[in-house]
Design a binder for this molecule. Structure first.
Ligand SMILES: Nc1ncnc2c1ncn2[C@@H]1O[C@H](COP(=O)(O)OP(=O)(O)OP(=O)(O)O)[C@@H](O)[C@H]1O
Length: 250
């Protein structure tokens, strides 16, 4: 469904992504792992069209998105939701207004319909009766939930998560992991999760891709990834956190 082909991203002589190829299959959850600065978020920005590569091609549902103009790209973006690293809620808007934002911008739904959708999406992420609250009064975990509710408001086919568990304690992180899995099951989305949280990656993902020095060193299903004999990948798996088996059964 999403295909990155021979993608290079460079800033001057500094090459961040070096001729990478990546296919993300419809309905799967793919985790992209790698050290800080390895280019993980760049991949999300490329997919959602916030950044263009130096060279290469990107296809979404067979459509060459680099050939689209801004209006056409906006149409593609309507089918994608993004959960940003620091939630990126609009501080001056209430929770309800944050979740309703895309619906008001991109649909002609009545206020009553919007209210109902906002209520349902917040309920889906485990938040009830919080519409009137302001983002500044929410905990980090709640902000992530609201950010996810906003991302799914337009029922996207693709959800991109940038470090969804960053800054959360282990219990809140596990809450978010459950939420990612449940959202995928209920909405049948294709999900891409950028993280350096190994426990989260093994919990939520069907496949994992490990980025190092501008290239994918390993892209594999969970079991193959876990048992790889690649010493560098094993060091990353075991070095980054004292991870344990998650409960994902996908
Ligand atoms: N506009 C820019 N000019 C120069 N370098 C940039 C620019 N934007 C990003 N970079 C560099 O590109 C590299 C990849 O950035 P990216 O945000 O994709 O990394 P990341 O793997 O997501 O890291 P993190 O886990 O720290 O968020 C970083 O080293 C960053 O400094």
């Amino acid at each position: 469904m999403i295909s990155l082909q021979d993608i290079t991203v460079a800033y001057g002589s500094r090459v961040i992504l070096n001729h990478i190829n990546l296919d993300i299959h419809t309905g799967e959850t793919l985790a992209i792992l790698g050290a800080s600065g390895s280019g993980k978020s760049t991949i999300l920005r490329l997919i959602i069209g916030l950044q263009k590569p130096t060279s290469g091609k990107i296809f979404v549902d067979g459509q060459d998105i680099l050939a689209l103009d801004e209006d056409q790209m906006d149409q593609v973006r309507l089918h994608m939701g993004m959960v940003f690293q620091y939630s990126a809620l609009f501080d001056s808007m209430s929770v309800g207004e944050n979740v309703a934002f895309g619906l008001r911008q991109h649909t002609k739904k009545s206020e009553e319909e919007i209210r109902e959708i906002v209520h349902n999406k917040l309920h889906l992420v485990g938040l009830d009766n919080v519409e009137a609250m302001m983002p500044n009064n929410l905990s980090g975990g709640m902000k992530k939930r609201v950010s996810l509710a906003r991302a799914i408001a337009l029922e996207p086919q693709v959800i991109l998560y940038d470090e969804p568990t960053a800054g959360l304690d282990p219990l809140r992180s596990m809450d978010i992991n459950h939420l990612i899995v449940n959202t995928q099951r209920q909405l049948h989305t294709t999900s891409v999760v950028v993280t350096h949280d190994m426990e989260s990656a093994f919990y939520v993902a069907d496949r994992l891709a490990y980025l190092e020095e501008g290239e994918f060193r390993l892209i594999a299903d969970k079991e193959t990834f876990r048992s790889t004999t690649d010493a560098q990948v094993q060091r990353f798996i075991h070095g980054s956190t004292d991870w344990q088996e998650g409960g994902n059964t996908t």
